[in-house]
Design a protein. Sequence first.
Length: 108
Amino acid sequence: MTFLLFLTAAMLAVSGAVKLKATAGAGLGLAPLALLEMAAAVGLAILALPGMPAETLSRWSVPAAVLLLLGSSVSHAIRLRTHRRRRAETEGGRLANYLKHISGPPRA
């Protein structure tokens, strides 16, 4: 059970870190579910340490962590899809501004 807890904690930590980096890179702000994933990863790692006798808590924490991972992934995908759609809608205007910028001011 200890190995499964550590493996789940590592999976949550990596997933949370990737989501935090992706949202920061896209300029979407802070992802609260990704932060919750990171906190859950720390909690699972602590729970897996020797001397923690909470067998029932350990048994229910892995399915709860997987559900958190799935919910966070769906939420993250929805946020990124919305961001991509907004960006695609404004692409024509951004291209026109870029072309005006590189062509410079009109010459007399």
